[in-house]
Each structure stands twice: as C-alpha cells, then as structure tokens.
Design a protein around this ligand. Structure first.
Ligand code: PMP
Length: 395
C-alpha cells in the first residue's frame, strides 16, 4: 500500500524552494570531463598539521561528548583569534558556541530570535540557505536587491525602506556569496547607524572573512555600538579549507548565547570531539597555510576577472570570497539557459545567478576555487560558448 505522504509532511517543509545549485550539481555529476566552477568550497585539502591533530585525538581516545558549547580550550582559541584578527572581545566561558558548521550557527540565531512573522532583512543575491532558515524558524525573509551599479551593495535608503515594525534583524554577509562583495568600515558604519536608529540586531555571516584581498577585514561587531547588537558567525570551512569537518562558531552577547545553547543542547549536543581538537591546531598554528591559500585565491581572482571581461562578460572585481558574478545579459540568454547551454555544449558547470534570488537573474556565479590550469581551460570553453551564442558589443 502506498501512503499519501503529503498529508504527513509539514507545509513549511513542502513549500521550501529546492536549492537551484543542487540541480546543476546533479546534472554535472552525471557527465564526464566537466570542469566545475560550481561548488562553493576550497580546492585545497585541509593543512596536514590540522588533520594530524585530529588523527592523534582519535588515537588518544577523544571520542566522548564535549561541553555543549564546545571544548573550553577551543573556545579560548576562538576568543583569542577573534580578538587578534577582528579586535573584538568575547568571553570563552559564556559568549562562544562551537557549532556544526556556520550553517548551524545561522540556524541557532534565527531560532533564538524569531517569533512567528518577525522579519529579517536579507540582501540579495544571497547564500541559498538564508531565506529557508528564516522561514523554518517561523520568520519572514524580506529581500532587498543589491544592484550591480552599486557594486552589489545595498544603499542605506534601500535598507530604511524595507524596515517595518516587524523587522527584528538584518543579515549581513561580507565577503558575500555569490557576488564576492566586501563591505568596508565606512559602509558598515552607515548600516550600523540604521540598525541603531531602528533598534535592530545584526546576524553577521563572516565565513569568508579570511578571504579578503584588497584591505583588512572589518567585523561589524567592532564598530561602536554594534557589539551588543551582533551575532557574529564564522567557521573553519572556507579560510582553513575544512568544509567536510562541519565546524563553525558564533560569538554574541551572553544573554543571546544562553538561549541559543539551549536549542543546541536539545538538537545536537556538541560538535565532534576529535575534530574540535584539530580546530584548536587550526587556530594556533595555521596562519601561514591560510595566507598561502589566500594569495593563491587572489591570483586566480585577478585572472578570472580579466578573462571574463576579455570574453565580453562584464565582471566587477570582488573584494573577497572565491566567487565572481559576471553579467551574461549581453548574450540575451537567461541565467538558466546560459548555465545549461554551457554545461551541455562545453562541459563547464557554473551556477545560474537566479539561484541566489530574483535579482541574480542575468548573472552566473563562477567559483575560482579551482587550479589555474582548470580555470584557463574553463575560460577557453566559456569563450567558445559565448562566441557561439554571440554577444552584443557595448558601445
Ligand atoms: N555562509 C555562507 C555565505 C556560505 O557560502 C556557506 C557555505 N557555502 C556557509 C555559510 C556555510 O558554511 P559551513 O560549511 O561552515 O556550514
């Protein structure tokens, strides 16, 4: 007997839009010889000293649960790291939680903050999980479209216009996925003024903070008056090339941490013990590796931006992360048609920009976390594809 599963499933879960990224992953995975600029993860393997620490931890029998918030020793390292890199002070004892990826920190933040119908401002194009996480926590995502002419940044006026008496928080992601856009101190100060004026909180996704290429990173939590209003989220996935470890963390005022830790305790308990030991090593002894990866991404960014512009796809120079977000409008194709055509015709996987919100239509996301040789070959193929569909020359 087959059951009618629809009647058992939650309406919220059924109504979630499937991720526009998955679709292309699946198609690309079924083909041979594909160069993928689709995935959002480093092409480096985690530095050996970090892996070795976790191997040793396993050998030494570190297989139990840890404190819900994570090993105190790791929280102490996180606190020291946040202080030395971003000039913010968080007490390891009651202001830091080690989570299962930055993803889970985001989930905890929204579940702790939102009542049914509370609004969260999301600047699009945005990471695919944001709106879904807000919705699952009972909130309403309010999308603000960042425009290419503003370097994919929102203006203070746009933010003000989106605020209502239900607005609880604004979600910031700098450097941004998918555009790579980086918000500098002055831009963050402008946003901070509005946040304070309207008595909001900020959920600050700083997962790409290690990957900024032109200036030193500023965390919004370090801006006067913002420490008390910020849930700072970061992790090991991107800067330390540790996506599969599923380790992230959040830092926030203790009154917020106290509530988030309750949710964490009931849902997850703690992050894996032996992996937390590797994360301690990551924060203590890996800055050289991180800087080396950062230099490599910078070279690739410069290469890909120049190549795409030469091909005729207008591409701004992003300040961070490992993505570029070129316009494909001159080809006259939709984002979906471009990505699908490119994959089928030339075997290069990219993500259509509309996967990151409606304002991403007319763009594609290319990740440059691939070797220079792969990037060169991908650019040849993209060049051929664009030539075959034709571009309207700008005047
Ligand atoms: N935030 C952004 C903007 C991301 O791009 C990603 C990963 N693609 C995450 C959060 C999730 O990171 P983690 O692997 O730490 O869960």
């Amino acid at each position: 007997m087959s059951l009618d599963y629809q009647q058992y499933l939650s309406k919220t879960a059924i109504d979630l839009a499937p991720s526009g990224i998955r679709k292309f992953f699946d198609l690309a995975a079924s083909m041979e010889g594909v160069i993928s600029l689709g995935v959002g993860e480093p092409d480096f393997i985690t530095p050996w000293n970090i892996r070795e620490s976790s191997i040793e931890a396993l050998k030494d029998g570190y297989t139990s649960y840890t404190a819900n918030a994570g090993l105190l020793e790791l929280r102490q390292e996180i606190s020291a790291y946040l202080n030395r890199k971003f000039y913010v002070n968080y007490r390891p004892e009651d202001q830091v939680i080690v989570t299962v990826g930055a993803s889970q920190s985001l989930d905890l933040a929204f579940r702790a903050l939102l009542n049914q119908g509370d609004e969260v401002l999301i600047i699009e194009p945005a990471f695919v999980s944001y709106a879904a996480l807000v919705t699952m926590a009972g909130g309403t995502p309010i999308r603000i479209a960042a425009k290419v002419e503003n370097g994919f940044k929102v203006t203070p006026e746009q933010i003000e216009a989106a605020i209502t008496d239900r607005t609880k928080a604004i979600l910031l992601c700098s450097p941004n996925n998918p555009t790579g856009t980086y918000l500098n101190k002055d831009e963050l100060m402008d946003i901070a003024k509005i946040v304070q004026k309207h008595d909001l909180l900020v959920v600050s996704d700083e997962i790409y903070a290690e990957l900024t290429y032109d200036e030193e990173y500023t965390s919004i939590a370090s801006i006067p008056g913002m420490y008390e209003r910020t849930i700072l989220i970061n992790g090991f996935s991107k800067g330390f090339a540790m996506t599969g470890w599923r380790l992230g963390f959040l830092a926030a005022p203790s009154e917020l941490v106290e509530v988030m830790i309750k949710i964490y305790q009931y849902t997850t308990m703690c992050a894996p013990h032996m992996l937390q030991r590797g994360a301690i090593e990551a924060l203590r002894n890996s800055s050289e590796h991180v800087e080396k990866m950062q230099r490599s991404y910078r070279r690739r960014r410069n290469f890909i931006v120049q190549s795409l512009n030469n091909i005729g796809l207008d591409c701004h120079t992003p300040g961070g992360a490992f993505y570029v977000f070129p316009s494909i409008q001159k080809t006259g194709l939709s984002s979906d048609a471009f990505a699908e055509g490119l994959l089928l015709q030339e075997k290069v996987a990219v993500v259509p920009g509309n996967a990151f919100g409606d304002s991403g239509e007319g763009y594609i996301r290319c990740s440059y976390a691939a070797s220079i040789e792969q990037l060169q070959e991908a650019m040849n193929r993209i060049g051929r594809f664009v030539e075959s569909v034709g571009v309207k020359k700008s005047n």
